[in-house]
Ligand binder design. Structure first.
Ligand SMILES: Cc1cc2nc3c(=O)[nH]c(=O)nc-3n(C[C@H](O)[C@H](O)[C@H](O)COP(=O)(O)OP(=O)(O)OC[C@H]3O[C@@H](n4cnc5c(N)ncnc54)[C@H](O)[C@@H]3O)c2cc1C
Length: 387
């Protein structure tokens, strides 16, 4: 394990900082659409969107350490996301780079990098979330088209997305359930697709149910070979997984919590003078540091060329617990004003603490529940018997 960046890497950090000084001044409005458009154009021009993707497809061809530095510095300054197409950049693009045909790369990658439209992810089904490999949405090859029938659920951004990366079952009775799955890239306005929004606790509808009724998908929209969908999915998710940038986000969140503690009172005195409040903040600090050190351990492993697998479940689980406790702590600090949600004049900081606390399923359930992470840790890291 090493914790130091070399001279070249530190030079790159300086370059990122200088870019941020110039293009993200203090007080820049991160919600202003004009600012955001200009920001996106500038980071794209630097080839910092798709930073680690090969240069041949239009990416930056950058290394994994520089990618960590870039994300770390951006997170410290609360910079807008690198690129506007989260899922496109996180796993659709990397899957196409790895498994796509030349024609697919040319067709999809430039648009993903430019953030031309949103992608969504059709993995989970009403009865198959954690046990994803048992999925039942059917894809039947008829001539040069797959005919898709079935349902997906919890599909984030489905109401706005133009494309979906979809897992379907093409072999109903494979020897191993992971084998009969195929990955398709499907246009969301294809005849036979119906989307129904689902409202969450904080009042938003960022996900939807998606129904497929005889949806016809050209065979050249298949990503990878028939039956290779599981592999396509797993290897795409194994991209930058050290989670160090997420840790930087947590550090920033704790700074905001401290700020909140400074402006609230406990028992008639500033909350920062309360022993319990101070103790909890110190504990968060220690927990985040543990996450950071774990992240460094994963990064070191990746640098040695060793693939990451089950160990990232430790930080996923740790982060989920921490985010929930930090969210509850914020509401604790707010006391009776904690009841006011976004939209109310009485809500502190525009109600962001309430919205954050109500959106706990994003980090806790999205991408795998705590129980599943615990099973992974128990079985694959600790070598305990199977559940
Ligand atoms: C904010 C959010 C966004 C999401 N976005 C998407 C998306 O864009 N695309 C997509 O495809 N999906 C998405 N999902 C779905 C998400 O991946 C699933 O909800 C998740 O994997 C859990 O599956 P499930 O809901 O079917 O729960 P289940 O698998 O039914 O689990 C229910 C409970 O049983 C427990 N459990 C299940 N199996 C085991 C086991 N073997 N051992 C111990 N406990 C077990 C679980 O931990 C959980 O507590 C999203 C979910 C959320 C909350």
């Amino acid at each position: 394990m090493h914790f130091n960046f070399n001279e070249e890497e530190e030079k790159f950090r300086d370059e990122v900082r200088a870019f941020l000084d110039e293009n993200l001044p203090e007080g820049a409005d991160r919600h202003d659409p004009v600012f955001l458009m200009e920001w996106n154009a500038k980071v794209r021009e630097k080839r910092w969107v798709g930073f680690s993707w090969p240069k041949e497809v239009g990416g930056g061809g950058g290394g994994i350490v520089e990618q960590v530095i870039l994300k770390e510095e951006m997170a410290k300054r609360r910079a807008p996301a690198l690129g506007t197409c989260f899922m496109g950049l996180a796993w659709v693009g990397p899957s196409i780079v790895q498994y796509g045909t030349e024609e697919q790369k040319e067709r999809f990658i430039p648009d993903i990098l430019d953030g031309k439209y949103q992608w969504c992810t059709g993995y989970s089904e009403p009865d198959y979330g954690s046990d994803l490999a048992s999925l039942q949405c059917k894809g039947v090859l008829e001539g040069d088209e797959y005919v898709v029938n079935g349902q997906k659920i919890w599909t984030s951004l489905a109401m706005w997305a133009e494309w979906i990366i979809l897992l379907v079952r093409t072999d109903p009775k494979p020897a191993v359930k992971h084998d009969g799955i195929t990955c398709l890239l499907v246009k969301m306005d294809s005849p036979g697709i119906e989307r129904r929004p689902i409202q969450n606790m904080s009042g938003g509808s960022m996900f939807a149910e998606v129904f497929f009724n005889d949806v016809r998908v050209p065979v050249n929209n298949r990503l990878g070979a028939e039956g290779q969908g599981w592999q396509v999915t797993i290897s795409a998710l194994a991209n930058e997984r050290s989670g160090i940038a997420e840790v930087t986000g947590m550090i920033r969140k704790l700074e905001e919590l401290k700020e909140l503690a400074r402006k609230t009172n406990k028992n008639g005195r500033p909350a920062t003078e309360d022993t319990r409040v101070r103790g909890r903040i110190a504990r968060f600090e220690a927990q985040i540091e543990a996450m950071r050190l774990n992240g460094m351990r994963y990064l070191t492993k990746q640098l040695k060329g060793e693939p990451l697998s089950s160990e990232t479940s430790v930080n996923k689980l740790h982060r989920a617990e921490l985010e929930v406790t930090m969210g509850d702590f914020a509401l604790d600090l707010l006391g009776s004003t904690g009841h006011y949600r976004a939209g109310s004049d009485a809500a502190v900081d525009g109600g962001k603490w309430q919205t954050g606390a109500l959106n706990w399923p994003d980090v806790v359930i999205g991408g795998g529940t705590p129980n599943i992470q615990k099973n992974i840790i128990a079985e694959r890291i600790l070598g305990l018997p199977k559940d």
